[in-house]
Design a protein around this ligand. Structure first.
Ligand code: ASP
Length: 324
């Protein structure tokens, strides 16, 4: 039987029960290997990661292998091949990665490369830098032997043509136009790592970069504390340095669940302070601590994340949200 056959879909309310550890310090040394990822596609990507972790793979290798499934799938319309184009009709990808030692790599606004997660990792491991963008990142990919691929599959083309009919610029991230994959894992050695990869906001301005490739915003890992990653309206996540904030809250002793809630609350507070319209803006965070406890929370209902723990049934969790 396929492990997805065991998939259990549970609501945030049920899921919250094990997370009732508000303010409790993490004193236990028991490590529970786990991989978690944003959205429904995280079910297959975390399954892949856990299969590898079970065999002894590092969190970095396992998580990369997981998100690459999503990047290669033209039917996942917000990541990698077949991602959503910008308003000029180009698919441009953003990605980053971070390991438990604080190694980081990132690429932004990259065209023609499917596996930008691996490209971010190549920046991390093969250059003295942490971020490459646009043509420079593409050139580096070619030098590293990455294939050049037209990312604009027929579905992306059709969607763009439809968008052109009105050409309405609507820089919001709602249920129709989002879906970054952020995936974070804890391996058998207790090492954490994560990747975040996306085509970003649908029909964005050319050159627009969201939170996903920004270390601290779309992803953050502290090998001694925990890891967090984000999805949703990137500008808002950058404003509060979202993923770093979640990890910083865990460093204060908060559970991953409460830490995610605090970051979403801070974004909400900033909206109110700026008297800005939230319209239908969606934001979601997920987090793991060093022990393998997990959490996730969003601004609005509709956010789901996958949790795959070693030896346990995989779960797709409907996150609780701040607003109804
Ligand atoms: N965070 C991504 C961005 O703003 C979009 C998303 O997660 O859907 O580019």
């Amino acid at each position: 039987m396929n492990r997805n056959d065991f998939l259990k879909i549970i609501t945030g309310a049920t899921a919250a029960i094990p997370f009732l550890s508000f303010g409790r310090k993490n004193n236990s040394s028991i490590i529970e290997p786990v991989s978690i990822a944003t959205w429904r596609f995280g079910v297959k990507t975390t399954a892949r990661a856990m299969d590898l972790i079970k065999e002894g793979a590092s969190a970095l290798d396992a998580t990369e292998a997981g998100v690459k499934i999503c990047e290669a799938d033209p039917n996942e319309r917000s990541v990698g091949l077949g991602g959503r184009p910008d308003r000029d009709g180009k698919v441009t990808l953003d990605a980053c990665c971070m390991d438990h030692l604080g190694n980081i790599g990132s690429v932004a606004a990259v065209e023609d490369i499917v596996h930008v997660s691996s490209l971010a990792r190549a920046v991390m491991e093969r250059t003295p830098h942490v971020m490459l963008v646009g043509d420079g990142a593409r050139q580096f990919a070619i030098e590293m032997g990455f294939d050049i691929t037209n990312l604009m599959v027929p579905d992306s083309e059709n969607e763009w043509n439809k968008w052109l009919e009105k050409s309405e610029y609507n820089p919001h991230v709602n249920v129709e136009n989002h879906d970054t994959i952020g995936q974070i894992s804890l391996d058998r050695k207790g090492h954490l790592a994560g990747f975040c990869t996306t085509s970003g906001m649908g029909f964005k301005m050319r050159g627009r970069v969201g939170d996903s490739p920004i270390i601290g915003a779309g992803l953050y890992v502290d090998g001694d504390i925990g890891a967090a990653t984000a999805t949703g309206h990137g500008e808002e996540v950058i404003r509060v340095v979202g993923s770093y904030r979640v990890v910083a809250e865990m460093a204060r002793g908060l559970s991953p669940q409460i830490a995610c809630e605090e970051a979403v609350r801070k974004i909400h507070q900033f909206f109110i302070r700026r008297n800005a319209s939230m319209k239908d803006t969606q934001i979601g965070f997920i987090a793991i601590n060093k022990k393998g406890d997990v959490g996730g929370f969003s601004m609005r209902p509709g956010f789901q994340y996958a949790v795959n723990k070693l030896g346990k049934e995989p779960q797709l969790i409907d996150a609780n949200s701040l607003l109804s």
